[in-house]
Write a protein that binds this ligand. Structure first.
Ligand code: AP5
Ligand code: MG
Length: 218
């Protein structure tokens, strides 16, 4: 049976950082809807052109576009053992679509770790984030700096600051999260799938909390 993990949490809490670490251990691919959109934007695909305007304003991309992008990604062969979903689902409509989609693989959502941290921490993390151009490796100028400034330790590519990490966009992303995504917390709690993780801890401690959830249930 494939294993599907949904990482839930506000912008900047550390979903991508943790998913990169966990995907190696769990031997399932890390699927970030934000990364997929950014790849489409870089390649100037039709989807990328459509998504860019929403992303730069900190709004959600419409559900139908997002769901069909995730559907085609989950159909790829590397997802045969499951996936670690980061940033999807983000609305109740997307959560229902995911259930239907996983049914096609005889799968279901197995765990929903919900990483949370107070808003000032989120803002501080987003304002200091640097992302690698080639593969999306994530750094922070103070909390997790690269060995050489501006260069990714993993693949040597250039680091950049995301367009949507500008302070006015960050404020809107957090507001959109509370309005459209936070209802998923109760949705998954009612199904007994949610486990809360204190995202204000160090990167290593958050990883240890997440590993404990996966090992306990697995
Ligand atoms: P997306 O790329 O998913 O952005 P997000 O959810 O806002 O989350 P982030 O990637 O900003 O934060 P993160 O939690 O991954 O934190 P990270 O590990 O980088 O989405 C972008 C946009 O795409 C959306 O706004 C929307 O427009 C669109 N989109 C995406 N999915 C969609 C969907 N399903 N439906 C519709 N639209 C969608 O860490 C942040 C920083 O903190 C880094 O610098 C890191 O080094 C540092 N850090 C991490 N953990 C710690 C720690 N424990 N201690 C100290 N520093 C830490
Ligand atoms: Mg991310």
């Amino acid at each position: 049976m494939p294993t599907y993990i949904v990482l839930l949490g506000p912008p900047g809490v550390g979903k991508g950082t943790q998913a990169n670490i966990l995907a190696d251990t769990a031997s399932i691919p890390h699927i970030s809807s934000g990364d997929l959109f950014r790849e489409n934007i870089a390649e100037k695909t039709d989807l990328g052109m459509l998504a860019q305007a929403y992303i730069n304003k900190g709004e959600l991309v419409p559900d139908d576009l997002t769901i069909s992008m995730i559907r085609s990604r989950l159909h790829q062969p590397d997802c045969k053992n499951g996936a670690l979903l980061d940033g999807f689902p983000r609305t109740i409509v997307q959560a229902h679509a995911l259930e239907k989609l996983l049914g096609e693989f005889n799968g279901k959502v197995d765990y929903v770790p919900y990483i949370n941290a107070p808003e000032p921490i989120l803002v501080e993390r987003l304002s200091g984030r640097w992302t690698c151009k080639e593969n999306g490796h994530i750094y922070h100028e103070k909390n997790n700096p690269p060995k050489r400034s501006g260069i990714c330790d993993e693949d040597g590519s250039e680091l950049y600051q995301r367009e949507d990490d500008k302070s006015e966009t960050v404020v809107n992303r957090i507001a959109v999260y509370f309005k459209q995504t936070a209802p998923l917390i109760d949705y998954y709690r009612k199904q007994g799938l949610l486990t809360e993780v204190d995202g204000a801890q160090s990167i290593e401690k958050v990883t240890a909390s997440l590993m404990a959830i996966i090992e306990k249930k697995g």
